[in-house]
Design a protein around this ligand. Structure first.
Ligand code: NCD
Ligand code: ZN
Length: 369
């Protein structure tokens, strides 16, 4: 990575093109609007399968990949990395067939844990034959790591769901399937960060979103409930955010970017009968991550987090082109109007306020090798 300085302060960064190891691009008209936002910033992106119905077999995966590639026609370098949704109906034969067809990862949502997860799995331990097959064919398990209920049926607090998962189901998976590579997606707690950092499980990695590195539960409730910040797992305490910031910027090889950019219409984000979970990070992603590394005086570890660690864990080649960011106030994108779907606000758009104050870095260009 090349860091340029102006008057002793970093002013421009040039480094290998990053990838996004966790994003939601949805389908149809929304997908057409969202894919270019991702493809502008990232070379590759792991595409989450939580459509309705879930992308849960090879035919659906191939058809979805085609649609994503069509939406990215103006970005011929962009490569989607498709993921299979694990449902109670998934069989070891499905896993084998997908892996043979080049699918590298499958996503497990606990049933009803988050947006579009009703086809998820209620009893994780019933998936032992699936995990066994994944271990054998070297398919990566991507986890939405939250436990919704205790064994006695009582509900787990939203602030404890990840911690309970990290203390119960996660060790069960890692200890019974020690060769299975596991990504704990969008971690939000000190417990999760510390488990990865401890190196107790060499096949355990984690992604961290930019919003969980910058905001916490105080922001979620500052001046009233802030629906733009509502996502799952929910923003946690300031101490959790601090632990995530230390983990992300530590240079640890199994902690990497995953924006969890999750578009929802303004109507769904502000629905009085229930706010949709998901932050539409969109074009703010890199500015937010760089901000954190800069604030933590850890710019030297930025490229590992954004561009090296993900491909290494997935067993893929590193990108060979470069990207350049400059210290220049970032500007939020205006709302998008998507035909038949309503208005979509990317992160940072707040009428009457100037969010550009908050992020100091802007992507200038992607550069050829
Ligand atoms: C995601 C979505 O909207 O699809 N929502 C979220 O709050 N993160 C799903 C997910 O990743 O949990
Ligand atoms: Zn997600």
């Amino acid at each position: 990575m090349k860091i340029e300085f102006t008057e002793g302060k970093a002013s421009a960064l040039t480094f290998i093109w990053p990838d996004d190891w966790h994003t939601h691009v949805r389908d149809l008209e929304v997908m057409k609007a969202v894919v270019p936002i991702t493809a502008k910033l990232f070379r590759r992106a792991v595409i989450m399968p939580n459509l309705v119905p879930a992308v849960s077999n090879l035919n659906m995966l191939k058809a979805y990949e085609e649609r994503v590639l069509t939406a990215a026609l103006l970005y011929p370098d962009f490569q989607p990395i498709m993921t299979l949704a694990i449902t109670p109906k998934t069989t070891p034969a499905d896993i084998k067939m997908c892996r043979r067809a080049g699918i590298r990862a499958a996503k497990l949502y606990p049933a009803h844990a988050t947006t579009n997860s009703k086809e998820g799995v209620a009893h994780i331990r019933s998936l032992a034959p699936i995990f066994c097959e994944m271990e054998g064919v070297e398919m990566i398990l991507l986890l939405h790591g939250e436990t919704l209920r205790f064994p006695n049926g009582n509900r787990v607090s939203p602030f404890k769901k990840e911690t309970v998962f990290v203390q119960t189901e996660l060790p069960w998976i890692l200890e019974n399937f020690p060769k299975l590579k596991v990504v704990l997606e969008h971690i939000t707690t000190a417990e999760a960060a510390e488990l990865v950092l401890s190196n107790k499980y060499p096949n355990l990695a984690a992604t961290i979103t930019p919003h969980h590195l910058i905001y916490d539960v105080c922001d979620l409730f500052e001046g009233g409930f802030q629906s733009a910040f509502f996502c799952l797992p929910v923003l946690k305490d300031t101490s959790d955010k601090e632990a995530l910031r230390r983990a992300a910027t530590s240079g640890h090889p199994r902690i990497f970017i995953g924006t969890d950019s999750a578009p929802h219409s303004l109507a769904k984000k502000t629905d009085p009968c229930g706010c949709a979970a998901g932050v539409f990070v969109g074009s703010a992603a890199l500015s937010m991550y760089v901000q954190v590394f800069d604030e933590m005086n850890a710019l030297e570890n930025l490229e590992s987090f954004l561009s090296f660690n993900g491909p290494r864990f997935y067993g893929m080649a590193m990108n060979d082109n470069f990207i350049r960011l400059v210290r220049k106030p970032w500007r939020a994108e205006p709302p998008m109007r998507i035909s038949g779907e309503g208005e979509f606000w990317q992160f940072g758009h707040r009428p009457g306020e100037n969010m550009s104050q908050e992020f100091e870095w802007t992507m200038e260009s992607k550069l050829a090798a």
